[in-house]
Design a protein around this ligand. Structure first.
Ligand code: T4K
Length: 370
């Protein structure tokens, strides 16, 4: 048994000596937050890296999601997925919006676009899909539905950093896309997040909203919140951009090894990557089916006995949490695919510097337990 547990992920950090000059600059200027120089530099550098029109930096992805809903004045009901991290639906509740859960597709774990129309009511104002594990949603179809019914389309793109489809950033889709730069993500700024948007006026509104609604010293245009990214986060982000492609490449190589090794194990299903997609290796989920010798939870326990801290993202389903389960659309009978995936999923450790021997040890547990 290893002395140190193997975690699901380890945050990527650049060499400390490269970060120290940024800290010295912050100390010298005493500019710590509120749109300082690193904030401005990082916002522009990120915009260029992502190839998107506008970026609004946030202190975390959850506040970015909450602000995105405010920015587009979303109210009433919003169609979303139950198969995600709690923050997606919580952002709706914090805005007094009712989530309407629609089932997912097994091949992508994303909102099933063909079930969306049936969930629309006169109170529906938006669709909030998640590109789960960075797998692209059926963007064209979702946009078509949104256009037909006059709905806004906001993507929770927390898992999507650096993902491209036929060379285009996935973040170009929808009215807004929301990123997370949390420590556990492919790209981290300790904590952090951003909204990607397409026009300058909307960026301005979001920038006001994340600063309490202040447009200038005496003008407050809306009941905004404090969502600002500070200078420490922004400085780290600037530095991390130099390393992120290298980190993604290392993750994709680990994903390739898992995929290859587990293809031979009956009852262990990897989620496919669609043609033309450059994924980011943020997560490596597998579904444990009935053909496997033991259940998902028995396998989970077996990993834990070996000090390998695999995770069941996303179990339980959001729709099963106490604050959501009373909503009619949260009934398990309405969500059969999501319910099944949540019972079968196991996310395996994946991070750029995972040791080759650890990777083989993880794979070996699948072979030994089958
Ligand atoms: N939308 C979606 C779809 C999301 O997945 C998330 C966040 C959000 C929105 C909200 O974005 P943020 O507001 O977080 O920016 C983690 C993260 O806290 C959360 O950011 C993430 N999704 C979610 C999927 O996972 P936990 O509670 O499961 O993480 P935790 O602390 O157990 O960490 C997992 C493993 O990572 C640990 O076993 C060890 C390792 N780790 C973690 C941290 C925090 C480290 O090595 N160092 C660290 O600093 O939620």
């Amino acid at each position: 048994m290893p002395e140190q547990p193997i975690f699901l992920t380890r945050p990527y950090l650049p060499p400390l000596e490269e970060f120290l000059p940024y800290l010295e600059e912050i100390w010298a200027s005493r500019r710590l937050t509120n749109g300082g120089p690193f904030h401005q530099q990082f916002e522009e550098a990120l915009r260029q890296y992502l190839g998107v029109p506008h970026v609004c930096l946030f202190t975390n992805g959850t506040l970015a999601l909450m602000t995105a809903l405010q920015a587009l004045r979303i109210t009433g009901e919003v169609i979303t997925t139950p198969y995600t991290f709690a923050a997606t639906a919580h952002a709706l509740l914090w805005n007094g919006i009712k989530p309407v859960f629609v089932d997912v597709r097994r091949d992508t774990c994303n909102l099933d676009e063909e079930l969306v129309e049936a969930a629309i009511t006169p109170r529906t104002t938006a669709i909030l899909p998640v590109h789960c594990y960075g797998n692209p949603c059926a963007d064209e179809r979702l946009q078509q539905i949104a256009d037909t019914y006059g709905l806004k389309l906001i993507y929770d793109a927390a898992h999507t950093f650096g993902v491209t489809v036929d060379g285009h950033s996935l973040l170009e889709q929808g009215d807004l896309a929301v990123l997370s730069f949390h420590a556990t993500k492919v790209f981290n700024t300790f904590e952090g997040g951003a909204i990607v948007c397409h026009d300058a006026k909307l960026k301005q509104r979001i920038d006001y909203l994340k600063n309490f609604g202040f447009a200038d010293e005496v003008t407050v245009v809306a009941p905004g919140i404090n969502g600002k990214m500070n200078e420490f986060q922004a400085a780290l982000g600037l530095l991390q951009l130099n390393y992120v492609e290298q980190a993604i490449a290392a993750r994709l190589e680990i994903a390739r090894r898992y995929r290859e090794a587990l293809a031979e194990v009956p009852g262990v299903e990897s989620i496919p990557v669609a043609e033309g997609v450059r994924s980011n290796g943020g997560y490596f989920p597998v579904l444990i089916g009935p053909e496997y010798a033991i259940s998902r939870d028995q396998l989970y326990d077996e990993f834990r006995r070996n000090s390998i801290l695999v995770r069941r993202y996303f179990y339980p389903l959001i729709s099963d949490l106490p604050m959501y389960r009373g909503i009619p659309s949260a009934a398990p009978a309405n969500l059969p695919v999501a319910t099944q995936i949540a019972r079968q999923v196991l996310c395996l450790p994946i991070y750029p510097d995972i040791e080759a021997a650890t990777l083989e040890q993880i794979i070996d547990i699948f072979y030994r337990s089958r």
